[in-house]
Design a protein around this ligand. Structure first.
Ligand SMILES: Cc1cc2nc3c(=O)[nH]c(=O)nc-3n(C[C@H](O)[C@H](O)[C@H](O)COP(=O)(O)OP(=O)(O)OC[C@H]3O[C@@H](n4cnc5c(N)ncnc54)[C@H](O)[C@@H]3O)c2cc1C
Length: 391
């Protein structure tokens, strides 16, 4: 509890019981507010939910537990640790990437029988060797890329994520300017990775995390290279009980902090009053001192806040949606031993359709970082294929 907090005793509603709403509610309750969390579904979690049927259980949204430091910092704020609520297992291999310029699998053929894939493991030496297998100076390029990603992550988290810099003048803070050297803020991810590696597949490997944004490497800022540090250094984890186990941990934390959680409570209007804010739920109005709306912002501005002109959302480009299929099998599929990613198809494939060798170098470099050693590229077979596969 924060001593002397201006929120002490304030009546605060939090709309939305996903990760965002649950964490906002925790901080507010800890600051002394009387928090009521309103979630329209019967279950908390929002995008982070589960389907359970016939003994099978799926995480319906997020399944990668990334950036464990963020969770440690979050629970640390409440003098707790993630392990007070759930155990973590670091995945190894972390995930498997298939390259989509290979021919599609024939009927009855297992993924991996027909094309090249790489396993990204927890062993950075192995990743360095993987990069070296594609390009003669790939190992050094990987080290350089990772060092920059680590710097970008540290600056990005401290100066942009944990600090609120929503206005341009916030960026002129001396703390930001001091961190500037060596920080890639401008330019696209495509330009950025091209300045390190020529192989299209290595470029795709470094860019696959853009799927998390629904972004294209051509218009996503290079700052996003920090994900390589998240990936290769910090790792990918699986929480006990799946990601929904983390939702349950946040719900438990909220109850410990005194938050009132109401599920099945759809908010239909948020109306600012002369004093306070009225929140309509199921036809009933209740007045709060403050409201935090952590539902989709387009929904909040268009449907809930009559006082806001939500027409600006009509011109917005939304990130792509995905149609998800959840398949269950009682057989053991040893090749499906990890999270799977398919690399996006960007540009023209440079290898022959049946090739399992790395694609050749591109002849033109569009940006330059620092001069790299000239390379004599040899085409080598990638050696990361799993030998344990039986199907
Ligand atoms: C398929 C998929 C895979 C993902 N994979 C990962 C991953 O591997 N790792 C990762 O870190 N992130 C991943 N993400 C992103 C992550 O899931 C989201 O960033 C996060 O869950 C968003 O949380 P949120 O609380 O902001 O929003 P949401 O989860 O959308 O929560 C909003 C909540 O508000 C409620 N709500 C809406 N309107 C109302 C209303 N009128 N009244 C009351 N309640 C309302 C909704 O029911 C919902 O519960 C993935 C997302 C998806 C969709």
């Amino acid at each position: 509890m924060i001593e002397g907090s201006p929120l002490t005793g304030a009546d605060v509603a939090v709309v939305g019981g996903g990760f965002g709403g649950l964490s906002a509610a925790s901080y507010l309750a800890d600051a002394g507010a009387d928090v009521t969390l309103l979630e329209r579904n019967d279950r908390l979690g929002g995008a982070a939910n589960v389907i359970e049927d016939e003994g099978f259980r799926f995480d319906t949204g997020p399944s990668w537990y990334l950036m464990p430091d963020v969770f440690e910092r979050f629970f640390g704020h409440f003098d707790r640790e993630p392990t007070d609520y759930y155990e973590l297992t670091r995945l190894d291999p972390q995930y498997r990437v298939f390259f989509d310029d290979d021919p599609p699998a024939a009927a009855g053929q297992a993924p991996g029988d027909h094309g090249e894939y790489v396993d990204v493991t927890t062993d950075t030496d192995q990743i360095r060797q993987l990069f070296a297998a594609y390009e003669d100076d790939g190992g050094a390029a990987f080290d350089d890329y990772l060092a920059e990603a680590e710097h970008t992550y540290e600056v990005g988290m401290e100066q942009f994520v944990y600090e609120d810099r929503s206005r341009f003048r916030d960026l002129l803070d001396p703390a930001v300017v001091r961190c500037g050297p060596g920080l890639t803020l401008l330019g696209s991810m495509q330009d950025h990775v091209e300045s390190y590696v020529d192989s299209r597949r290595l470029q795709q490997l470094l860019q696959y995390t853009l799927v998390f944004l629904g972004g294209s490497p051509h218009n996503t800022p290079a700052l996003y290279n920090l994900m390589a540090h998240v990936d290769y250094n910090l790792g990918v984890y699986y929480p006990e009980g799946g990601i929904f186990g983390v939702v349950q941990a946040l719900a438990t934390l909220n109850r410990e902090l005194g938050t009132t959680i109401r599920t099945g409570a759809e908010v239909t209007a948020i109306d600012p009053l002369a004093e306070g804010i009225a929140v309509e739920t199921d036809g009933d109005y209740r007045q709060f001192d403050a409201v935090v709306a952590n539902a989709n912002p387009a929904h909040v501005e268009q449907d809930l806040l009559a006082s806001v002109d939500g027409s600006g959302w009509d011109d917005q480009t939304y990130a792509p949606s995905a149609l998800m299929f959840y398949l269950a099998s009682r057989a053991r599929w040893t090749r499906l031993n990890t999270t799977r990613s398919s690399s996006p198809r960007t540009g023209t494939p440079t290898s022959s359709p049946s090739s399992r060798i790395p694609s050749g170098p591109r002849t033109r470099r569009t940006t330059s970082r620092s001069p790299r050693r000239p390379t004599t590229r040899s085409r080598q077979r990638v050696t990361t294929r799993s030998s344990s596969s039986s199907r």
